[in-house]
Design a protein around this ligand. Structure first.
Ligand code: AKG
Length: 343
């Protein structure tokens, strides 16, 4: 597979004029989430954070772990009935794909020229196989939105950002991604690059030979990679995602960081920091699936418009105090999978 085909299915960073003039080489300290600043006072934050009593985990402990390691794992975070409902909708999407517009990214050589297509234009055998990412299925699905904005995830992120959470995009995988090591801020667009986090939701128990996610604890603090034109990968970059991966693996190893493999169970969730270095391991047994739902989030101050309509006021859906924007490009496909309303 070529390097390009391993790229994320997200819009590339659009350069603002000031970024062209002076490349960004680090996150701006003043705009960092409070927890990433020096002397972040977790105890005092918790005293003023009202949702703390409603969570099945110790928020202060999780925040301290996040600050030091750049990730947390939430055990038994999501009801498995919700996950089964989500997956049954994905199966329906594939089975009757000719009815649906949902976009899919296909990282296979024969699709290299045109890797993102509506599912209706992709054969069922391809949709059912590896190298497939379903993009933004939450647009179509009520349960997809409910899982994305689950209280156990968005309350933690609301604490991390110190403000309202906005879900930006989602990816659904049936098989491991095998994506090279990367940090998400280089690819996922948010106005304040440090206001970014992701949740990896296990839709089944992860098996070691199924190409699990891997990550370097503490890597959110290493020096940023420079693509030749700053920390974002775009059309003007002189270095590429392969160089990014080589740099990250070497820098993490040099810093003595041990790569961890994510072997979580169905319903458990890994939440990671904008700058946590992570990737997908090789699939060692191609018969094994690795069903997962990955959601990316930003804050109210950093993500104000749907990425496909940056000049329009977005239509919002609010769940558990967090928002997701309705997809302005496919109004007839929004929430077509309705079963989640009853759950
Ligand atoms: O699930 C995976 O294997 C990779 C997901 C990922 O790296 C991402 O969405 O940023």
């Amino acid at each position: 597979m070529s390097l390009l085909s391993k790229l994320k299915s997200v819009a590339k960073q659009v350069l603002r004029p000031e970024q062209k003039a002076k490349p960004v080489t680090e996150f701006v300290y003043d705009t960092l989430p409070w927890i990433d600043k020096k002397d972040a006072d977790i105890a005092s934050f918790i005293n003023h954070f009202p949702a703390v009593k409603e969570l099945p985990y110790d928020l202060a402990e999780k925040l301290a772990f996040w600050r030091d390691n750049g990730y947390v794992i939430l055990g038994k975070a999501i009801d498995t009935d919700w996950l089964d409902q989500l997956w049954s909708e994905v199966e329906e999407l594939v089975e009757h794909h000719e009815k649906y517009q949902t976009q899919v990214r296909i990282d296979l050589p024969e699709y290299q020229a045109n890797p993102i297509l509506p599912v209706k234009d992709v054969p069922k055998t391809v949709l059912n196989g590896p190298y497939i990412k379903f993009n933004d299925f939450h647009d179509n699905s009520v349960i997809g939105k409910k899982i994305m904005l689950h209280k156990n995830i968005v309350t933690f992120l609301e604490a991390v950002f110190g403000e309202k959470v906005i879900a930006m995009q989602s990816l659904l995988f049936k098989y491991g991604s095998q994506q090279a090591t990367h940090q998400d801020f280089a690819y996922v667009v948010s106005e304040i690059p440090s206001h970014l986090a992701a949740a990896w939701i296990a839709l089944e128990d992860v098996q070691i030979d199924a190409g699990p996610l891997s990550y370097y604890p503490g890597s959110h603090k290493i020096a940023k990679f420079n693509f030749g034109n700053g920390i974002f990968f775009n059309n003007e970059s002189t270095l590429n995602p392969g160089d990014f991966a080589t740099y990250l693996d070497a820098a993490c190893q040099k810093a003595g960081m041990e790569k961890k493999t994510l072997l979580i169970k169905k319903g458990e969730v890994l939440i990671w920091h904008a700058a946590l270095a992570h990737g997908g391991e090789a699939i060692r047994n191609s018969a094994l699936t690795r069903k997962s739902y990955v959601c990316h989030y930003s804050s109210d101050s950093a993500y104000k418009h749907h990425r496909q309509r940056p000049t329009e006021e977005p239509v919002r859906r609010t769940i558990n105090g967090a928002d997701v924007f309705v997809n302005p490009t496919m109004p007839d496909q929004e929430d077509i999978f309705t079963k989640g309303k009853m759950m």
